[in-house]
Design a protein around this ligand. Structure first.
Ligand code: AMP
Ligand code: ZN
Length: 465
């Protein structure tokens, strides 16, 4: 069976045929590192991880590229609003470079806790300015740009297929409010490739360019990095559905306008995680981070399983009750896996192999994760299948599920109780945040409870007094 994927430009599920047999080149829009990722953003990276792992399970070798947006992303997608990095820097009283470093590290800390595979290439926008300038020059050479008010714009009128993927021809052009209206634009959908006339007097990240000192527009970043790392044609490009009407539409226009041919064959988009019916957004202030879930006693993998339970193209509403259900399901699965491990080694599946085939078929059918989970639970409950077979099938499933079942060990009887572990973790966090007084208080509290925490090269170790 060939793999099937829902291709946004086609608005339907199609057979996936890579450019080179056995290999897949995919680009995923990465985080804008001006704040912590919220759990909605993390849903996007979990979807891309499941896609990567499913492609691997189907036998493909994957080259996965993800950018880190550390310059040029404004709070509004249509060149309006504030520079996100400047906003973050002002709020945290740090420089934009410090902000980028801090939140990039925080992002990878979160993705590691979610067992998200690190992309093969992680590329920062600020490391690819020459590639962006070269791409803009190529567009300029093709007559697709104009300059106005000091900025360089993409002229959407020069790209006849503009907005085809987003079906924009069926929609009215956005009416920009007077405050947002950019007097330099010939058409409301034109967008900035290079800013020299910064709206922000304190713009810290600027580079020399043929058009003057300035900085790139957000959209050109992904085109330049995609072409640089994956080439002038590649297989898959991913992102959240919010990227369809502007960011990806503009990426297609710039890349294909410069290259003169189709750039990417499959465009995949995940639906949003909603917070009690509202969109979760970083710029709106209140949002949930993975750390908030951890502080409430959840394991990041509970959230991974929660997301796996919904199809990536369905909106998913977050609730604590639903997260509790995922936690209970994961606890149940872990207990069963430990029972099977205790009963003997994994054995090559005979009876259980039909479940593994059904699992693969579900995932290879546009990543039908809810159906795949139903197959997993049917295997768990199937009394006819010996535990050694169940173990080997579940471990194979976990190559995509990513719940760390292989490394799962029964807790040693002498291990510290949950309350002590939680205190030790709170102390580690306090130390990380340089809250020394708080970390000392927690250490004293642990002592009263009969435990001492020792900081070793491999991390803190709890010992009974
Ligand atoms: P950003 O850091 O804002 O550039 O977004 C990173 C990724 O998260 C992009 O692919 C977005 O489309 C995606 N995204 C943003 N908000 C949500 C949400 N609430 N649910 C799912 N994905 C989201
Ligand atoms: Zn992008």
């Amino acid at each position: 069976m060939s793999m099937k994927l829902y291709n946004t430009p086609d608005r339907r599920t199609v057979d996936f045929v890579p450019l080179e047999p056995g290999k897949v080149m995919m680009y995923c829009c990465g985080p804008t590192v001006y704040n912590y990722a919220h759990i909605g953003n993390l849903r996007a990276f979990l979807f891309e991880d499941v896609l990567h792992r499913t492609l691997n399970q189907a036998g493909y070798e994957v080259k996965h590229v993800m950018n880190v947006t550390d310059v040029g992303h404004l709070t509004g997608d249509g060149d309006d609003g504030e520079d996100k990095m400047l906003k973050g820097a002002r709020e945290k009283a740090m420089t934009v470079w410090e902000i980028a470093k801090y939140f990039t590290q925080a992002f990878f800390h979160d993705t590691a806790r979610l067992n998200i595979l690190r992309p093969d290439v992680v590329c920062a926008a600020t490391d690819h300015i020459p590639q962006m300038i070269a791409l803009i020059q190529r567009l300029e050479g093709n007559g697709m740009t104009y300059q106005a008010g000091g900025n360089v714009y993409f002229n959407t009128a020069k790209f006849p297929d503009y907005g085809k993927m987003a079906l924009l021809e069926r929609q009215e052009a956005p009416a920009l409010s007077r405050v947002e209206a950019d007097a330099g634009k010939k058409n409301p959908r034109d967008f900035v490739l290079w800013f020299t006339q910064s709206k922000f007097g304190d713009q810290a990240m600027t580079w020399d360019s043929p058009w003057g000192r300035g900085y790139p527009g957000w959209h050109i970043e992904c085109s330049a990095m995609g072409i640089h790392h994956l080439g002038e044609r590649f297989d898959i490009h991913c992102g959240g559905i919010d990227h369809i009407p502007v960011h990806h539409t503009n990426e297609i226009a710039q890349s294909e306008g410069a290259l003169g041919h189709q750039w990417v064959n499959y465009w995949l988009h995940n639906e949003f995680l909603l917070l009690s019916k509202d969109k979760m957004s970083k710029s709106s202030g209140e949002f949930l981070t993975l750390q908030v879930l951890v502080d409430k006693g959840y394991d990041p993998l509970d959230y991974r399983l929660f997301c796996f339970g919904a199809h990536y193209r369905s909106a998913l509403t977050f609730s604590w009750e639903a997260l509790d259900a995922a936690r209970n399901a994961r606890k149940n699965l872990n207990e069963r896996v430990l029972e099977w491990k205790a009963a003997g080694p994994a054995v090559k599946p005979q009876l259980g192999s039909t479940h593994l085939t059904a699992w693969k078929e579900a995932l290879e059918n546009d990543l039908a994760t809810p159906q795949a989970l139903a197959v997993l639970w049917a295997l768990v409950k199937d009394a006819a299948i010996p535990s050694g077979e169940k173990l080997s099938v579940v471990l194979a499933m976990d190559e995509v599920l990513g719940l760390g079942l292989d490394g799962l060990k029964a807790p040693a009887p002498s291990e510290a109780p949950a309350q002590i572990v939680a205190l030790a973790e709170a102390r580690t966090r306090a130390r990380k945040d340089k809250e020394w007084k708080r970390s000392d208080e927690i250490r004293d509290q642990l002592k009263i409870l009969g435990w001492v925490v020792e900081d070793t090269a491999t991390g803190p170790v709890l010992k009974k007094l």
